[in-house]
Write a protein that binds this ligand. Structure first.
Ligand code: NAI
Length: 485
């Protein structure tokens, strides 16, 4: 089975997602029929598509002729019988099982025998929706991300009865539409809404411990390379929506406590602080936004002593290029350096309190060569000053966090990798599919398993074990996918 660009497509629901899906399909060249029961929603959908396309023309990405051709290929109607000739019907109506049942039962009676039917549901079971269909093998989940025209990922969700031909045909079509399809087994949250949970959970855990929100967000952007910190991102998504997803995924995986929602986010929701839409979430959007309180003390060292440098190698190379003398001393531990008598080492999940040999713990960065910020925990202000002097001499900002297992960056990246490894073990998708989903569906700078492979599964497992032991919290127990010690 193949769907060509001259095959007609139908989209049901002209809201946020339906309008975007229609625009993408029409841009690929299909004739598209959009059905909504509400005239005003159709008018709104049409106007959203017109506005987005006009902005592409203004930016020079589309010419005026192409814009009018795309608009002319979309028909807007309240009459569901208009879907009769569609080769693919994509349902994007309200997220209610009864509504989807009622609609799809009627659609199946109207469309041709070979037409495929898909749902954009983000939380309902594909098998549950398919219960009303007489031919469930042609039904599947087609989970687009918002905004549809710019988000590349589409999760192709195979329910228990979905036929492989439907999965293959729709995957091929999504590539023609310029999307990155990833096939997912039907599980709550699919890939992205499941594997991304620790990103928010770790941000809110740190917030709940009293760490400044601007420092948390700067650690994840400046050191870990994410486009937005977890708290600013939560403010953008809306904590009402984000906390509801966290809760529903947690409840759906009874017993899998890795997905536990965070109390500090619940408090925001209860206080009506939903984020940007209420002008107050983690941040107060009626005030200037806080800037992270980076350390300022210390001076550049003339020399540093290092040994067994691995992940910290870019900092040592930068030290050399900034004229700092680098002395090798094999007595220092792995990824450790001594600056004016202060011993600093890369974190391995253990808190500073349990490392009497170290004065400063350096948190991980996704890549120390591109990190603009480094996170440290120091035994005293004097040691913090020496670390700051060293880091600032290399052009890096120093952020200090209280001593906690795994600090912020290592804990977040390791826990994301843990969630991704669990998803591989549960056969939700392949490892490469999960990484691709996190990059193209959640804008992560790197797949969590790609990161784990790069720094070493043994190191990830050891870090998680150390965090679990020091925090006493089983959510950090390493996934068996990282092997046994
Ligand atoms: P929306 O509320 O913006 O639009 C839904 C549209 O469906 C409305 O215009 C409504 O009039 C129409 N509608 C409702 N029942 C209908 C029926 N029986 N027949 C015809 N039209 C009907 O909703 P949104 O956000 O576009 O979500 C649609 C679906 O996509 C839901 O299943 C949602 O879970 C899913 N989704 C939403 C995402 C988002 O970020 N908004 C992301 C991914 C999936």
């Amino acid at each position: 089975m193949e769907i060509h660009i001259n095959s007609p497509i139908a989209v049901i629901g002209a809201g946020t997602m339906g309008a975007g899906i229609a625009q993408v399909a029409a841009t690929a060249g299909h004739m598209v029929t959009v059905i909504d029961r509400d005239e005003a929603a159709l008018a709104q959908g049409r106007s959203v598509v017109a506005t987005v396309l006009a902005s592409s023309v203004a930016k020079g990405r589309l010419d005026d002729r192409a814009r009018s051709d795309i608009e002319a290929r979309i028909r807007w109607s309240t009459d569901p019988s208009q879907v009769a000739h569609a080769c693919l019907v994509v349902e994007a109506i309200v997220e209610r099982l009864d509504a989807k049942h009622h609609l799809l039962g009627a659609i199946e009676r109207v469309v041709g025998r070979d037409a495929l039917i898909a749902s954009n549901t983000s939380s309902l079971g594909i098998g549950d929706i398919a219960a009303v269909l007489t031919r469930p093998e042609r039904f599947l989940g087609l989970h687009f991300f918002n905004p549809v025209p710019s988000m590349k990922l589409v999760e192709i969700v195979a329910g228990p009865a979905t036929g492989p031909m439907a999965v293959d045909a729709v995957s091929a079509l999504m590539r023609i539409w310029g999307k990155r399809p990833v096939v997912v087994r039907e599980v709550p949250g699919f890939i992205v809404n499941r594997v991304a949970r620790p990103y928010y959970a770790e941000g809110f855990a740190a917030l709940g411990e009293g760490i400044a929100p601007a420092a948390i967000d700067a650690a994840l952007t400046g050191a870990a390379g994410f486009r937005m910190g977890p708290l600013a991102l939560g403010d953008m998504i809306g904590h009402d929506v984000n906390f509801a997803v966290a809760t529903s995924v947690y409840e759906a995986y009874r017993g899998k406590t890795r997905f536990r929602p965070q109390e500090s986010q619940r408090s925001l929701v209860e206080a009506g602080r939903f984020g940007r839409k209420t002008r107050h979430g983690v941040y107060d959007y009626n005030q200037p936004l806080p800037v992270p309180d980076c350390l300022r003390g210390g001076s550049a060292p003339a020399s540093i002593t290092v040994s067994q440098i691995d992940l910290l190698a870019p900092l040592v190379a930068d030290a050399r290029s900034h004229g700092i003398t680098v002395v090798e001393d094999s007595r220092l531990g792995p990824d450790a350096l001594s600056v004016d008598g202060s011993l600093m080492a890369l974190g391995d999940g253990r808190p500073l309190a349990s490392r009497c040999d170290i004065d400063v713990l350096i948190d991980h960065a996704r890549d120390f060569s591109s990190a603009t910020h480094c996170v440290i925990s120091a035994r005293s202000a004097e040691h913090a000053d020496r670390a700051t002097g060293f880091l600032r001499a290399l052009g890096r900002e120093a952020l200090q966090v209280p001593d906690r297992p795994g600090q912020i960056v290592l804990r977040t990246l390791a826990q994301l990798a843990n969630a991704a490894a669990d998803a591989v073990r549960d056969e939700v998708a392949t490892a490469s599919g999960i990484d691709e989903a996190m990059i193209f569906g959640a804008n992560h700078p790197e797949g969590p398993l790609g990161w784990a492979g790069r720094i070493g599964d043994d190191r990830v497992r050891a870090s998680l074990s150390n965090i679990a032991a020091a925090s006493g919290d089983p959510i950090y127990a390493p996934s068996p996918m990282f092997g046994v010690p």
